[in-house]
Design a binder for this molecule. Structure first.
Ligand SMILES: NC(=O)c1ccc[n+]([C@@H]2O[C@H](COP(=O)([O-])OP(=O)(O)OC[C@H]3O[C@@H](n4cnc5c(N)ncnc54)[C@H](OP(=O)(O)O)[C@@H]3O)[C@@H](O)[C@H]2O)c1
Length: 294
């Protein structure tokens, strides 16, 4: 099939999809086709094949996902439908039509019991249903289309969409005091940085470089939710008092892993990049949030 210079991005209104859209002008050589839920619904499998065949993209970047971690415990069928079944169908179509396929997964595929960063080939053992649905998607995608690329990421934030940074900023303005979990650690990820790394992957694929399989991407540095919140507060110059609490003191429908640190050496070496520290990325993100409020 003669492919075009088109790149389809699904989930275009999510954090990562939106950040990819912001990069369209940096890559004028590609035509980025941004599809949100209304134009490309992962649940409507029967509608895609014709659409994809007529567009003949070079690559599909699937950022759309069922991301409501707590709700997934009670909406298991929906989570599986989007994060596993639909993504696998998409991977199959890409295989049939020789289209590169990039999709995303999560640190929640691991059990959180490790004390060292999780390498990409560490055995998976999800602690919650969202993690289970993403793990199932990963396994089946790689089995039906081994050329796929799956990037696991963690603690994603952006100036666009819903995330911990924006929730903290809102709550710290509304309240005098907040309790924040201090015994879960991980690596925050600026969706803008992940989008940039994804585009470097596309460039490498266009150049004919063999890139496939599971990768990990997160900003450098390890932190707890409490220290993450403290940094957000510091950057914003807010007065709200933050109290560190334990996971047991903040029960949620879905369990969270205690240790959620991804090892990102593989992606850094394959793309020849050095990922920046989460504090630098956070500071840039908060400046961007501020600029949209002025
Ligand atoms: N956010 C995190 O902390 C985190 C952590 C680890 C991994 N990840 C993974 O990273 C990827 C990107 O996440 P993100 O943070 O950008 O997520 P996000 O902000 O929640 O965006 C997900 C997007 O998927 C769309 N979507 C949901 N159901 C859909 C459906 N049936 N059909 C089409 N679109 C649908 C949503 O549409 P609406 O806008 O219409 O709701 C939303 O725009 C996902 O694979 C996610 O699982 C995220």
């Amino acid at each position: 099939m003669a492919h075009t210079n088109k790149i389809i991005v699904t989930g275009a209104n999510g954090q990562l999809g939106w950040e990819l859209g912001q990069l369209a002008s940096v890559y004028p050589q590609y035509e980025m086709v941004l599809l949100d839920r209304s134009t490309f619904n992962l649940s409507e499998t029967e509608k895609w094949e014709e659409m994809i065949t007529s567009m003949q993209p070079f690559c599909i970047i699937n950022t759309a996902a069922y991301t409501a971690v707590d709700k997934a415990e009670s909406e298991q069928e929906q989570a599986l439908q989007i994060n596993a079944k639909a993504v696998v169908e998409l991977a199959k179509i890409c295989k049939q039509q020789q289209i590169h396929f990039i999709s995303y997964s999560t640190d929640y595929v691991f059990d959180g019991k490790s004390t060292q960063p999780y390498h990409t080939n560490h055995p998976i053992d999800p602690v919650n249903f969202y993690g289970f649905s993403k793990a199932k998607g990963e396994e089946e995608v790689m089995s039906v289309n081994p050329n796929s690329i799956i990037i696991r990421t963690s603690w994603v934030f952006s100036s666009h969409g819903n995330n911990f940074v924006k929730t903290m900023l809102r709550l710290m303005k509304e309240r005098d005091q907040l309790n924040i979990v201090a015994d879960q650690v991980g690596r925050p990820t600026y969706a803008k940085d992940l989008a940039a790394a994804t585009m470097l992957m596309v460039v490498a694929l266009v150049a004919g470089k063999k890139i496939q399989g599971i990768y990990h991407y997160a900003n450098q540095g390890v932190t707890s939710w409490y220290d993450f919140a403290m940094q957000i507060k510091y950057n914003a110059g807010l007065d709200c008092v933050l109290h560190p609490i334990t996971t047991d003191q903040f029960p949620t429908p879905a369990k969270r892993p205690a240790y959620s640190v991804l090892d990102t050496h593989q992606i850094e070496s394959d793309l020849g990049i050095q990922i920046r520290d989460w504090k630098d990325a956070l500071s840039e993100c908060q400046k961007s949030i501020l600029s949209t409020q002025i």
